[in-house]
Design a protein around this ligand. Structure first.
Ligand code: GAR
Length: 217
């Protein structure tokens, strides 16, 4: 059960459909997650994730890279919004921007990303969205999956919190693999990690992720 008094405040950064955001808000509605999404910030004014946020009455903002001189200038505005809403965690839920060191330093181990592959494989520059699944199929991988990790100054290099895998099927296309990973893994794994974070069950000590009960179920 949730305890309203210490509900964690979550700000989601998005760029696209926002199905991961929806999976998290569903689990919040169901009472599983002791938190609330207090703002959604999109890198893309057309993102459907913004519609999802507005339909729920969540304050929604657009911080598009093209409107700022550089990543840091954009992230100064993101940080302003995040602080205005007293966020405890920043969730990258399908966010395709590069987070500048400026923002990472302001929220150490408080920014969490979901990546649609088994990092460290298929991560880094150019590996986002459908391109990840194209590369996995092209490489003939037998397994793929998703990874939730803390964000550091590299791209997809931060400390891994949780990973789950599935078998790549002979008949898989990048699109079918993407959909299977989204529905079978991402939409479960990300809310589970957010639940644990909101219950103070995950911390970082000496550069290692520590779970309250010894491991992540
Ligand atoms: C998800 O598959 C997420 O893992 C991926 O974008 C998709 C967003 O879907 N993120 C990345 O590729 C980040 N490198 P959604 O907007 O429906 O949640």
């Amino acid at each position: 059960m949730t305890q309203n008094s210490d509900k964690k405040k979550l700000v989601a950064l998005v760029s696209g459909g926002g199905s991961n955001l929806a999976a998290i808000t569903e689990r919040i509605d169901g009472g599983d997650i002791n938190g609330e999404v207090v703002a959604v910030i999109s890198s893309n004014a057309e993102a459907f994730a913004l519609t999802r946020a507005r339909e729920r009455g969540i304050p929604a903002y657009v911080c598009a890279r093209k409107d700022y001189e550089n990543n840091e200038a954009r992230d100064r505005e993101i940080l302003r919004i995040v602080r205005e809403h007293n966020a405890d965690y920043i969730l990258l839920a399908g966010y395709l921007g590069i987070i500048s060191p400026f923002l990472i330093d302001a929220y150490p181990y408080k920014i969490v990303n979901i990546h649609p592959a088994l990092l460290p494989k298929f991560g880094g520059k150019g590996f986002f969205g459908i391109h990840v699944h194209e590369a996995v199929i092209a490489a003939g991988e037998k397994e793929s999956g998703a990874t939730v990790h803390f964000v550091d100054s590299g791209t997809d290099t931060g400390l891994i919190i949780a990973q789950r895998s599935l078998k790549v099927l002979e008949e898989d296309t990048p699109h079918s693999l993407q959909q299977r990973i989204l529905s079978n893994i991402e939409h479960k794994l990300f809310p589970e990690v957010v639940r644990a974070l909101c219950n103070n069950e995950i911390k970082v000590e000496n550069g290692k992720v520590i779970f309250k009960d010894g491991n992540f179920k």
